[in-house]
Design a protein around this ligand. Structure first.
Ligand SMILES: Nc1ncnc2c1ncn2[C@@H]1O[C@H](COP(=O)(O)OP(=O)(O)OP(=O)(O)O)[C@@H](O)[C@H]1O
Ligand SMILES: [Mg+2]
Length: 275
């Protein structure tokens, strides 16, 4: 049978040894070339979910089929091969500080399970070539030999992006890529990720707290609450009632109302002056 979806997750449950049930039967399908944002309150299970997809977290039960392969049943070697096809970008960048930008990007070629020592293996020229091309694409060509700890947060995330792409994955998992960045840099990083996902024809799942950014850049939004999918739809359908469903009761218009009130007050002042 040909799999219709690139990723097909069914009845996924994750119970941590602490007893915490982080995922309570998640069903989710991701299509090839799809840009999906996963939103939800802190502790909803977003990181757990994407980490189950590459088995950085071991699922308790359920199925995760990627391109027809059930990743939950893979042995160590097969899992390593599978992980090569899945790139990961982290909030905290996860760079090795005392290595150069180039070394950090090349380390992605080993998969994120590669041992630290193996970074110093010789890399074939074509791999070095693609690292340079990627660094140029993410705007870091001038920083190839800089140490990772000399970079700004935005630059570090650009290295993280290049490192995730060097292994030519067909699925990208991204966990809060902008949480430590200022609003403009956050937009630039999201834009870069989305542009590259389209250029490389990947599917991507992006965990993100910023709903506005999710709406701006994703094609589809999935809301997770307390280990369950409670919303799955288009970005423009995410209205106040959806936000309440995902995050709970809140006056979502408060900022807008205050702004409108201030504008009204300004108009009143103008009228006062005319009189
Ligand atoms: N390694 C772990 N051991 C035990 N419990 C964990 C572990 N990792 C996460 N949890 C618990 O599982 C639940 C889901 O956590 P998870 O990190 O997946 O949420 P999240 O949606 O990514 O939250 P955030 O938005 O804060 O990153 C939480 O209750 C958390 O405390
Ligand atoms: Mg998280």
């Amino acid at each position: 049978m040909v799999e219709k979806h690139m990723v097909s997750i069914s009845n996924l449950v994750k119970k941590y040894p602490s007893g915490q049930e982080a995922l309570k039967g998640v069903n989710l399908e991701v299509n090839a070339n799809e840009i999906l944002a996963l939103i939800g309150p802190s502790g909803a299970g977003k990181s757990t979910l994407i980490r189950c997809v590459n088995r950085l977290v071991e699922p308790t039960s359920g199925k995760i089929i990627i391109n027809g392969i059930d990743v939950c049943t893979l042995g160590y070697k097969a899992l390593r091969m599978q992980r090569r096809k899945i790139g990961m970008i982290f909030q905290e960048y996860a760079l090795v500080d005392r290595l150069t930008v180039m070394e950090n990007v090349l380390s992605g070629q080993l998969g994120y399970t590669g041992t630290f020592k193996s970074i110093f293996r010789k890399f074939p020229p074509d791999v070095v070539d693609s690292a340079i091309k990627l660094l140029e694409r993410v705007g870091l060509l001038d920083y190839v030999d800089s140490r990772a700890d000399q970079l700004s947060g935005g630059q570090r995330q650009r290295v993280g992006i290049a490192r995730a792409l060097i292994q030519r994955p067909d699925l990208l998992l991204v966990d809060e890529p902008t949480a430590s960045l200022d609003p403009k840099t956050a937009r630039q990083i999201m834009r870069l990720i989305v542009e590259l996902v389209i250029e490389y024809k990947l599917a991507v799942i992006i965990n993100i707290h910023d709903v506005q950014l999710a709406q701006m850049f994703a094609q589809r939004i999935v809301g997770l609450r307390d280990g369950i999918v409670v919303y799955d739809g288009t970005p423009d359908q995410v209205d106040n009632s959806v936000l309440t469903e995902i995050y709970g009761e809140e006056d979502w218009d408060q900022g807008k109302k205050r702004h409108a009130q201030e504008e009204d007050d300004d108009e009143d002042d103008d009228i006062d002056q005319v009189e």
